[in-house]
Design a protein around this ligand. Structure first.
Ligand SMILES: *Cc1c(COP(=O)(O)O)cnc(C)c1O
Length: 344
């Protein structure tokens, strides 16, 4: 890895961050707070929330086995995806490399930040080849984007190939693990201490059933996390979200139950898709959704919409011709989908 100072934009490296009242004073003993121009009435919503979300991180640290100073919390993964562009990439000069097909936000954030996004096609089994990906990198490549399990394909990328990318690339490698709780494959979290250029993204939006609260997380070296903290909005995760995250995190066993049920439903749904005459191929998945190649994805999509059932039409995406992406729902929802498709 290049020295961090060489990877971070000069203006960010030398940035003096905004210092809020709650940053300057964070002790416990005080009881009269006249420092932040808050209204003394309407507790608890009158007070600014903890800018570093310490309580949430303390719990998350135990759940994930990652020290608190290696955790960043953001307004969804969206924030954790956007910030690295602002931290590492000089608009008009630097570039990033991502796999394709993959999650759309990496490219959208690249475009917003005026950063070139180079896409390296996965193979026909949606697998990554580290050597090919590394060939697309040059001296101005700051970030490599990987997503495993990948969206919209559902499969996990080969762990050894991911490690080859992390070890063979001099810049930052971001692995989006939004669906890791559904996966056979293990998280890369334990690789963090030995791989200082690795950033791992996870989210409360999928297995944790909390997409509405908007909380995403990044795990990385303490040095990278402190730069994230310097660049983020001071109060990026609001009080209601922090409270609700604590509530959700207090019951990880509930999540385990959901995951177990969803994985059973997933295999039942995939089996049933395999038996449909209008389905040509069901792709291997490690997530709470799967990709299915249909005889005519657009027509089937429209037919389902007509019945009030919405799946995702991915047929215009590279390597996903005629493919629908199906999220696993409740048993009742899945049955409704199947009976509609059987009536085709
Ligand atoms: C759903 C999803 C996320 C979650 O994004 P949030 O902003 O945290 O809701 C992140 N990455 C991928 C690949 C996803 O599919």
């Amino acid at each position: 890895m290049k020295p961090l100072e060489q990877l971070v934009r000069k203006n960010i490296w030398s940035l003096a961050p905004y210092s809020s009242a709650r940053d300057e004073y964070s002790g416990k003993e005080a009881h009269v707070f006249l420092d932040a121009n808050e209204n003394p009435y309407n507790a608890p919503y009158n007070r600014y929330p903890d800018p570093l979300q310490r309580e949430v991180k303390a719990v998350l640290s135990k759940v994930k086995g990652v020290p608190e100073n290696m955790i960043f919390l953001g307004n969804g993964s969206d924030e954790a995806i956007d910030l690295p562009y602002r931290i590492f990439c000089q608009p008009g000069r630097d570039n990033v490399v991502s796999i394709a097909p993959t999650y759309g936000m990496y490219k959208v954030c690249a475009d917003i930040n005026d950063i070139e996004c180079r896409e390296v096609l996965l193979d026909d089994n949606y697998q990554l080849h580290a050597d090919e990906l590394l060939k697309a990198c040059d001296e101005n490549t700051k970030i490599v984007w990987l997503c495993s399990p990948n969206n919209p394909t559902g499969n996990s990328l080969d762990r050894d190939e991911i490690l080859k990318v992390i070890e063979g690339f001099e810049g930052i490698v971001i692995v989006d693990e939004a669906y890791i709780d559904f996966a056979q494959q293990q998280s890369l979290r334990q690789e963090l201490p030995t791989h200082p250029n690795l950033i791992i993204l996870q989210t409360m939006s999928k297995a944790w059933g909390s997409a509405a609260i908007r909380m995403g997380m990044a795990f990385a070296s303490p040095d990278i996390i402190s730069i994230y903290n310097k660049v983020k909005y001071p109060y990026n995760v609001n009080l209601l979200t922090q409270q609700q995250a604590l509530e959700a995190l207090s019951d990880p066993f509930e999540v385990d139950k959901w995951v177990k049920t969803l994985l059973q439903e997933r295999s039942r749904l995939m089996q049933a898709f395999n038996d449909l005459p209008i389905c040509e191929q069901v792709f291997k998945t490690d997530a709470n959704f799967f990709l299915a190649r249909m005889t005519d994805a657009q027509k089937i999509y429209d037919y389902l919409v007509d019945k009030g059932i919405i799946v995702r039409n991915r047929s215009r995406i590279q390597l996903c011709q005629n493919c629908l992406r199906v999220t696993v729902g409740t048993r009742t929802e899945n049955n409704e989908l199947l009976s509609a498709l059987r009536q085709w």
